[in-house]
Design a protein around this ligand. Structure first.
Ligand SMILES: Nc1ncnc2c1ncn2[C@@H]1O[C@H](COP(=O)(O)OP(=O)(O)O)[C@@H](O)[C@H]1O
Ligand SMILES: [Mg+2]
Length: 282
């Protein structure tokens, strides 16, 4: 990709990570990939969640939909990383890292953006992937339990008492990345699935996150709202960005339009190279 990237390599690497499942990582990964494709970028996806393969299945569903309907949709490249069969842990980790490095090198050659979807647990391969992230996106739900992974709060004063397990891990991996690649990670935490109700969780999250971000080294961006449409489209491999394309027979409701707007807003707020000038193409 011309214009340079923070890492100085050919493509910009976006890792979607959080040690927790069900917070919207794969949904964000797929919408990000399709948004970038619709802007005319080449996109390669790496699915590290070998067990669930949600991103892999999402992309495969999209391919099947294209073949069934003959409606052309932009497609990302996809690699699902398999676990090593090595008996000893160290050897298995080394093999998995080497396989990741090879897949990433290929993806970086072939694409402008590489989107890496991590599993919802702390596994060595996900750690390794984080050290290659130019941008790290961490979706969290509006819940104090999710927030605890970022920072431990005092129950009386709501002050930040200590970094949470995931924020500590990101801090450590940032140091590793600086040593190995001499570059940083732009860490973006997105709040997803905000319920329509202005409950206490939501109000507290809005109050506490801006304070946390300075200390823990992330910046906050608005994630996706909780909408049925995000769940609904998986089986067809579609995203809310595809709905207005001719050949897709689905009514564009107000909620769908709002979903499109929030995906576009997230793409804008990620500050990815050359994206702001192409947002109009989505
Ligand atoms: N913004 C959203 N609104 C409604 N449902 C969502 C939203 N984001 C994700 N989901 C649903 O929540 C579940 C978990 O999301 P997923 O993206 O698979 O999370 P993760 O990859 O972190 O495990 C899925 O059923 C998905 O369809
Ligand atoms: Mg997932």
């Amino acid at each position: 990709m011309s214009g340079g990237t923070p890492s100085g390599r050919g493509a910009h690497v976006v890792v979607i990570g959080n040690e927790k499942g069900g917070c919207g990582k794969t949904t964000v990964a797929m919408h990000l990939a399709v948004g970038l494709l619709r802007m005319g970028f080449r996109v390669a996806c790496l699915d590290l969640d070998h067990r669930q393969q949600s991103l892999g299945r999402y992309v495969a569903n999209r391919q099947a939909w294209i073949e069934r309907t003959r409606v052309p949709l932009p497609m990302p490249q996809l690699r699902v990383l398999s676990p090593s069969k090595a008996e000893f842990r160290r050897q298995a980790e080394a093999e998995e890292q080497a396989a990741f490095d090879a897949a990433l090198a290929e993806a970086v050659e072939a694409a402008d953006f590489v989107v890496v979807d991590c599993p919802g647990s702390d596994v060595p391969l996900a750690r390794h992937a984080h050290t290659h992230a130019d941008t790290l996106i961490t979706p969290i739900n509006d819940s104090l339990l999710d927030l605890d992974l970022l920072g431990r709060l005092d129950p009386v004063t709501w002050d930040l008492k200590a970094a949470g397990v995931y924020a500590s891990l990101v801090w450590e991996l940032r140091q590793q990345r600086r040593r190995a690649h001499r570059s940083g990670i732009d860490w973006v935490v997105t709040r997803s699935r905000l319920s329509a109700l202005a409950d206490r969780n939501k109000l507290k999250m809005a109050e506490v996150l801006p304070k946390m971000q300075k200390v823990l080294g992330f910046r906050q961006a608005e994630g996706f709202g909780e909408r049925v449409i995000y769940r609904y489209l998986f089986l067809w491999g579609l995203t809310v960005l595809d709905l207005s394309q001719s050949g897709i027979d689905m009514e564009m409701t107000k909620s769908h339009q709002a979903a499109r707007a929030e995906v576009t807003a997230l793409l804008a707020n990620l500050w990815l190279p050359r994206v702001s000038e192409r947002l109009g193409r989505i």
